[in-house]
Design a protein around this ligand. Structure first.
Ligand SMILES: [Zn+2]
Length: 239
């Protein structure tokens, strides 16, 4: 399973997932059809599926154009308003590309319909806007309790699982993380690494469960109250 990022809008990533054996390609959260289709065509990959993590337009805006052009089957949260959805996904469901099987977990908080797709054998998880490198999504629909539990479920995955997030927010998150945990050397070191990558125009994703356990102030919050305070502080934080 090959996984490739396609930048979209100012800071979104659409992930292309390609299975060589079956020739299938899935797009994760195609907010914009054009760049994702162009990259798939450049690689000679045929788009057969779309997987959405939640309903927000910067994740689903390309669904209908992609479906019209490729006939791709669209899978997304059963409880969400997903344009063109063919398959509704809920906790415990499976998603397949070739012989690779992912499982669906519900991770409400950023939105109530939010799901994550976990490919245990490939050590890969598509987490949308729930967990970001050193950060987490804003609470637009869910409660702090829901989001804290969702983050803990992701952080409880094996430490070598790669987390494919949907935005390049890492630098701003790292600056806040240093503010939230000034005494954590792993956070300070990671900020320096992230700065170098961004100065070179490089992507900072995917991240890993191990890195997030060490440096993500939202994952590291010891209880819901601490999580909620950090989320509120981040919402108004100016570096
Ligand atoms: Zn979103």
């Amino acid at each position: 399973m090959e996984i490739v990022p396609v930048p979209a809008f100012t800071d979104n990533y659409i992930w292309l997932v390609h299975d060589e054996e079956s020739g299938e390609t899935a797009l994760v959260d195609p907010g914009d059809a054009a760049p994702a289709v162009a990259e798939a065509e450049r690689r000679g990959w045929t788009i057969s599926q779309v997987w959405n993590t939640h309903w927000h337009p910067d994740h689903t805006g390309g669904n209908l154009a992609i479906k019209e052009r490729t006939g791709a089957r669209i899978s997304g949260p059963a409880s969400g308003r997903i344009p063109g959805r063919d398959v509704g996904l809920a906790e415990g469901d499976e998603i397949r590309i070739g012989k690779h099987v992912g499982r669906v977990i519900e991770v409400p908080g950023h939105t109530l319909d939010h799901i994550a797709l976990i490919f245990d054998d490939e050590r890969a998880a598509f987490v949308g806007d729930t967990l970001f490198a050193m950060g987490c999504g804003r609470l637009f629909e869910g409660s702090p309790e829901q989001m804290y539990r969702s983050l803990q479920r992701l952080a409880d995955l094996p430490e070598d699982v790669r987390l494919y997030c949907a935005h390049e927010y890492t630098l701003a998150n790292a600056v806040f993380a240093v503010h939230a945990e000034p005494g954590n050397p792993a956070v300070a070191h990671r900020l320096e690494r992230i700065k170098s990558l961004r100065e070179e125009g490089k992507i900072t994703l995917p991240t890993t469960v191990a890195e997030e356990r060490e440096t993500n102030p939202f994952v590291r919050a010891t209880n819901v109250q601490e999580f909620a305070l950090r989320r509120e502080a981040k919402d108004s934080f100016r570096s």
